[in-house]
Design a protein around this ligand. Structure first.
Ligand SMILES: Cc1ncc(COP(=O)(O)O)c(C=O)c1O
Length: 430
């Protein structure tokens, strides 16, 4: 008998892998009955989201490899025309080069090992880097001179510290204050190296004002430095869609086009209209491209112990600011216990697969009351900062992939949502 949700053939897609294909995550769960987490990769969704960003952003799009550097992802991006990659380590140089041999690599890590700078310049032909301190200029210069490179071929982006409202704030670690940034630009210019300005407003920024303020700050630095600016890099941070509580909807998330329109208006207003632009998006491109099918290993009251967790695919949720959409996939083979109503959702605290007691998600998942041991939960939109943050802790390492055609949100609506307790007015502490 053939399963209608299961493709009748195996199909290679990207990075020469052969993955079994399914219509959706539910079909995959029911056919495979997996006891280990299974990633559902959606190349069509990835291609569509990458194309949307390329269309919306009028400058150079350098995909941030750290967000998800799986070969299958880089391969799809290269095929849809992403021809620049933001890389931060030798492993990322190699991954991006393997997927897109002709693409430009931008080494946008502000603090780099000397040996990695040499590798970037000598072996990978990288000519764009970022920094936020004069010692980094000195490190780079030493190697440029040692390799007898022409400084004019190099562009060094000074990263300025910008603040804003993001799920992940990044300016506490990197970025120079405006006066310092202006001094760095002057120093770089005096060395005959081309100057760029960059910022990173943080990840999952849903407020366009954050970008506008960062552009204003960049203009302040440019005006103070009075050196030619070869490019303005507006970083990443563009938001991906996540879940909202179906019973108390939050204000709709701003569309990428709306944020981009405000950003571009600021670029124009602050005198960067003729400056080449760069962006380093990650999350907005890859978040929707993956879900993970996790199994409920045990139900203990309002606690669900699952076979994934913060040391595997779900660490991105630890800030507690990201609300992941979830879907319940009951195991048709199990005997139904009378544990509640299937049409009533309730908050469940989610405990991860490891023995570590911090391996518990900061937000509950809202699932039908009937969810039980042996069922599956498909957790959607986990493409960003999930696979790249997996660890081998406790010997668990999810690494099984299938390909899925339908977007996570297609078809039957997810039955429950991970959602802040305060919105629901319920205490879910177990
Ligand atoms: C330097 C840099 N560029 C780009 C990104 C990608 O950001 P996002 O995924 O929010 O678009 C990051 C994320 O931390 C980053 O550190």
């Amino acid at each position: 008998m053939t399963d209608p949700g299961r493709a009748s053939h195996l199909e290679p897609s990207g990075a020469s892998a052969v993955r079994e294909r399914f219509a959706d995550g539910r079909a995959a769960a029911l056919a495979l009955r997996p006891d280990q987490p299974v990633y559902c990769f959606r190349p069509t969704v990835l291609a569509a989201d990458a194309r949307s960003f390329l269309k919306a952003f009028p400058g150079k799009t350098a995909y941030a490899v750290k967000t998800n550097g799986e070969p299958m992802v880089l391969d799809v991006l290269a095929r849809v025309g992403v021809n620049a990659f933001d890389v931060a380590s030798p492993a990322e140089f190699a991954a991006a080069r393997a997927a897109a041999p002709g693409a430009e690599l931008l080494y946008m890590h502000p603090v780099k090992a000397q040996s990695d700078i040499r590798l970037a310049l000598e072996q990978y032909g990288i000519r764009v880097m970022s920094l936020d301190h004069e010692d980094e200029v000195a490190k780079i210069l030493r190697i440029v001179r040692g390799l007898d490179l022409d400084p004019h071929d190099l562009t060094l982006f000074v990263r300025i510290a910008s603040k804003g409202d993001a799920a992940y704030e990044l300016s506490k670690k990197f970025g120079a204050a405006p006066g310092h940034a202006a001094e760095l630009l002057e120093r770089i210019h005096d060395l005959g190296i081309r100057c760029g300005l960059c910022f990173h407003v943080g990840s999952q920024v849903e407020d366009a004002l954050t970008y506008e303020r960062a552009v204003a700050l960049a203009a302040e630095v440019r005006d103070a430095a009075r050196v030619p600016i070869a490019a303005l890099d507006v970083g990443g941070g563009f938001p991906a869609p996540y879940a909202a509580d179906p019973r108390r909807p939050a204000p709709p998330m701003p569309e990428l086009d709306g944020i981009m329109a405000r950003l571009m208006a600021a670029v124009e207003r602050f005198g960067f209209a003729d400056t080449p632009l760069v962006a380093e998006p990650g999350r907005v491109i890859v978040a929707r491209a993956f879900s993970v099918i996790a199994r409920v290993l045990l139900k203990k009251g309002q606690r669900l112990y699952i076979n994934d967790g913060i040391w595997a695919s779900l660490s991105d949720s630890w800030t507690g600011k990201i609300v992941l959409p979830v879907r319940h996939i009951p195991d048709p083979a199990r005997h139904l216990r009378r544990t509640g109503r299937a049409d009533q959702i309730a908050p469940f605290r989610i405990y991860g697969a490891t023995c570590d007691s911090v391996d518990v998600l900061s937000r509950p998942f809202y699932l039908p009351e009937t969810v039980d041991t042996g069922d599956w939960i498909e957790i959607g939109h986990i493409g960003a900062y999930s696979l790249s943050l997996r660890t081998h802790f406790n010997g668990f390492y999810p690494d099984t992939f299938v390909e899925v055609d339908a977007p996570f949100e297609a078809g039957e609506a997810p039955q429950g949502y991970a959602e802040p307790e305060r919105r629901m007015g319920v205490d879910v502490e177990a």
